[in-house]
Design a binder for this molecule. Structure first.
Ligand SMILES: [Zn+2]
Length: 214
């Protein structure tokens, strides 16, 4: 019997500009803009739980957020805005910013807390990592996220581990505080109990924020 819960989170960049566009809203459950605003997608994470032809969000099966070819079922998709015209010279018109990424990592931690998703390479990963591990899927060869512009010395195969380290730090904070904040709301779906959605993580550098490594 298929487990009816979200199991994984795949992290992307949009390869677009600094703001979420219609394409982003139709493919990712959450998009983090360059100024760290979190934009909810057109469908909630539950839309990626297939169940008897109808997803748990009440949408017909097939009406889900397609963000990770070959790995969409039970998988939440979040994306960081930017990386237009990525190239081997490592120059970008709209590079990912550290503050933006930290907001994204906090968001991933909140989703892990809400859905009981552990932070492991099998459950929290980049699209790049998924493609490497699943070479027969359409995700093979994806390069998001193989570089963090603010940490240029990180090798592509080190980026995922770095991200999981940051997510783990935020998750430890959440579990220490023992409460989840309210979240950005998706467009209402009729006839369905709305699931809890994470709040926009604070971007302040208060004493409760995880230290940001340099
Ligand atoms: Zn992607």
């Amino acid at each position: 019997m298929m487990s009816q819960t979200l199991k994984r989170i795949c992290i992307h960049w949009t390869a677009g500009g600094v703001k979420a566009n219609d394409l982003d809203r139709s493919h990712y459950h959450f998009t983090v803009e360059q100024d760290a605003d979190i934009i909810a997608g057109n469908l909630p994470p539950e839309s990626n739980i297939p169940q008897n032809g109808v997803s748990l969000s009440g949408q017909p099966e097939g009406s889900y957020m397609a963000h990770c070819g070959g790995g969409n079922s039970f998988t939440i998709g979040i994306s960081l805005c930017g990386m237009t015209g990525q190239n081997p010279n490592k120059t970008w018109k709209n590079p990912l910013l550290r503050s933006q990424c930290e907001t994204g990592f906090q968001l991933v931690a909140q989703l892990c807390a809400i859905y009981g998703i552990p932070v492991t390479p099998d459950t929290v990963y980049s699209h790049y990592e998924f493609g490497l591990c699943n070479p027969s899927t359409p995700s093979a060869g994806k390069i998001d996220i193989s570089v963090l512009p603010f940490l240029p010395s990180l090798l592509p195969n080190q980026v995922g581990g770095y991200i999981r380290g940051r997510v783990s730090a935020y998750l430890a904070q959440i579990q220490k505080v023992g409460q989840h904040k309210p979240a950005p709301q998706h467009a209402p779906t009729t006839g369905v109990n709305k699931p809890p959605v994470p709040a926009k993580p604070s971007t302040s550098r208060s004493s409760t924020s995880a230290p940001v490594p340099r």
